[in-house]
Design a protein around this ligand. Structure first.
Ligand code: FAD
Length: 147
């Protein structure tokens, strides 16, 4: 049974290259073993992450992520059963919200900034899907395309 989960959280420290690299290294090492795919977007000190995979695996991963002391205010935004993945090509793609154009942010929220705490879950998910379609998602090493 495939599911898709979306959550937001606030980083406890500035989201710098070292923090992102550590998170993505873990994700890229573990997610393929568990059949997890998804995207991690960051900006304004906020993480927005979509996780897809088997219900049990996504549930266990979300619990592990929620316990992670590197962030707090972990808030479930959206959860659904699904027949197909939206992020199948990504063990964990990444997007820096600072690189998203203003029109794309404004399409899904009241202000041109990443703030999933003030946006409905469906809109945050739609934003991630649009970023995938527009090739804004990159791999850990900065490459575009599927990884
Ligand atoms: P363990 O004690 O080894 O595992 C705890 C439980 O989770 C076990 O039941 C294990 O089977 C299960 N589990 C561990 N990894 C996965 C996985 N990838 N899929 C399904 N079940 C799993 N870590 C990731 O692995 N993938 C991510 O996409 C990811 N995204 C993150 C995003 C953010 C913003 C942050 C802050 C952290 C993220 N992490 C991710 C790291 C995560 O929080 C944990 O540090 C990491 O999963 C190891 O947890 P643990 O030490 O509790 O693992």
């Amino acid at each position: 049974m495939l599911v898709r989960l979306l959550y937001a959280s606030r980083a406890r420290q500035a989201i710098d290259a070292a923090l992102l690299d550590a998170i993505l290294a873990t994700s890229l090492e573990r997610n393929p073993r568990h059949g997890i795919t998804g995207v991690l977007c960051h900006g304004n000190g906020i993480f927005l992450q979509a996780l897809e995979g088997d219900r049990q695996d996504v549930s266990q991963l979300f619990q592990a992520i929620a316990r992670d002391p590197r962030h707090h205010d972990v808030t479930l935004l959206h959860f659904e059963e699904t027949c197909t993945r939206d992020f199948a090509g990504w063990a964990m793609g990444q997007v820096n919200a600072a690189r998203i154009n203003t029109a794309t942010l404004l399409k899904f929220s009241a202000r041109a900034e990443l703030d999933p705490y003030r946006t409905c879950g469906a809109a945050s998910l739609a934003l991630l899907k649009e970023l995938i379609a527009g090739a804004s998602v990159v791999s850990r090493t900065g490459e575009r395309g599927r990884h």
